[in-house]
Design a protein around this ligand. Structure first.
Ligand SMILES: [Zn+2]
Length: 485
């Protein structure tokens, strides 16, 4: 049994609430009861009586936990495996590193991500899982990791019931041998929609709402890799169970071309015409969109999840984030998987999101400022998780997903502008204490909620075993990757 204090107070911290008024308390107290923030500001001694625990916040900064709104837990073991790869080349190579995993490997890989995120100030994640087809046991394994780690998470059950046209070598004919290998080894065979519907319904019934912080979302790999029936099924599941939906959208240029060929219009327009474009969606990337798409996205209330590091690393393009912001598209922030990044440190994504768009901007008025990207990583991520009222700010009534940073790191001395330094100076290494739902998971910069060292030890030899299992597939993947410049 985890010991969960029912009453907890953080005293005398520099509290940056990120609430609607941008309230800052210096010093400030935050009182938490049964995982919910009940008072912020100055809490009198009488009100704080009976606390199971008092956390001294002096010399520390308290902010809402960051939300990583797009990541892939199977990739948490593949960092460093891909440089110089375009999107399709990367997609082939990464199959050899992530396919044919056991449920235990899925669990350990997800736990690795939890360790990394918690230690660097991220308290919630949207995990687009997995890359290939999956079983109920795989779902149980990965969501158990978030349960055991104590993180807040939405598991997007990733699938495709149509082809991966965007990574098919267009115009090239495959030799007979390669075509035969592809038929035999390709881990990207579509999942029949009926099978997905049954798996998703089962996962939702068993896990959605578990622990009060775990969610299950339908999650096409990419809408183009799905039939219209599949998109409609996702929308129906989401409406019926009050779920979010998640997908990659228009990450690469060829995906925009395929949409025109397939639908005679853009992917966003097609989803709108199909009646499935709504505020339940969060869309990772959303790079290759036009003005009309941006208008549709803004009106729909859908959330766009910007992944600046991933987009740069595989040369996918630059998402028109300032234009989307100007039009009122809701925005969140993600790291993407560790194959295209190669870590899950949201502080890097924050800083890059703020800086990436500046050289192309016509005016300084279009720049994303520190407060803008912090909003993406907190309230925006909350919107992607359909948890708008629950997390994203330090405010009475919200869940206590909070992070304390030590202010003795040299880049915090002196504190000139707390938000600017949080975005442009901090790198995640000053994280001292992390709680989710008022439960302390990290203390003194160490994971205290579970045995992180045991997970690291178990993870170390796993990739070697994985690659041994997928040796043939790696050969094929390298051949396929070579077909793309
Ligand atoms: Zn992704």
């Amino acid at each position: 049994m985890h010991h969960q204090p029912s009453r907890l107070i953080v005293r005398d911290a520099l509290v940056v609430t990120l609430d609607a008024k941008d309230s800052v308390y210096d010093p400030g107290d935050v009182l938490i009861e049964d995982g919910v923030i009940v008072a912020v500001g100055t809490v009198e001694d009488e009100a704080a009586e009976g606390c199971d625990r008092v956390i001294d916040g002096a010399g520390r900064l308290l902010v809402p936990g960051l939300v990583n709104a797009h990541t892939h837990s199977p990739n948490n073991m593949v960092q460093g495996t891909a440089d110089g790869l375009s999107h399709p080349a990367y997609m082939w190579i990464t199959q050899a590193y992530t396919a044919n995993r056991t449920p235990r490997e899925h669990y350990v890989s997800a736990m690795l991500g939890c360790i990394q995120m918690l230690l660097t100030g991220t308290t919630a994640a949207l995990d687009h899982f997995p890359g290939q087809t999956f079983t109920a046991e795989d779902v149980d394994a990965v969501i158990s990791a978030y349960r055991d780690a104590g993180m807040r998470a939405a598991l997007g059950l990733r699938f495709y019931d149509s082809g991966f046209d965007d990574i098919a070598p267009r115009g090239a004919t495959l030799s007979k041998d390669v075509a035969a290998d592809l038929e035999r080894l390709n881990p990207l065979k579509p999942m029949p929609l009926a099978d997905y519907g049954a798996l998703a319904a089962d996962a939702i019934s068993r896990w959605h709402g578990a622990e009060g912080r775990l969610k299950v979302f339908p999650a096409p790999s990419n809408p183009e890799r799905c039939t219209d029936e599949a998109l409609v099924l996702c929308a129906e599941l989401a409406d019926g169970h009050d779920l979010g939906m998640h997908t990659h959208l228009l990450e690469s240029r060829v995906q925009a071309e395929i949409a025109q060929e397939k639908y005679g219009c853009t992917m966003v327009r097609h989803m709108a015409d199909l009646g499935v474009l709504n505020r339940r969606w969060s869309f990772a990337h959303t790079v290759w969109v036009d003005d009309d798409d941006i208008e549709l996205l803004a009106r729909s209330g859908a959330v766009v999840v910007h992944n600046p590091e991933s987009n740069m690393k595989i040369g996918a393009g630059t998402a028109p984030v300032p234009a989307m912001k100007a039009r009122g598209v809701r925005l969140a922030l993600g790291t993407d998987g560790a194959g295209t990044n190669d870590n899950l440190i949201m502080h890097e994504a924050l800083r890059l999101a703020a800086m990436l768009h500046r050289p192309q901007a016509a005016s300084r008025a279009d720049w994303l400022m520190a407060r803008d990207v912090l909003a993406m990583a907190t309230a925006g991520g909350a919107a992607a998780l359909l948890a708008d009222d629950d997390i994203g700010a330090i405010e009475a009534g919200r869940r206590a997903d909070l992070v304390l940073y030590r202010l003795d790191a040299p880049w915090w001395v002196p504190v000139n502008d707390v938000m600017n330094q949080l975005v442009f100076a901090e790198n995640g290494s000053s994280v001292d204490t992390v709680m989710v739902d008022g439960r302390v998971l990290v203390e003194g910069g160490r994971i205290t909620a579970f045995d992180a060292d045991a997970i690291l030890a178990e993870a170390r030899p796993m990739m070697e075993a994985n690659l041994e299992r997928n040796a043939e597939l790696l050969g094929l993947a390298r051949h396929m990757a070579d077909l793309f410049s």
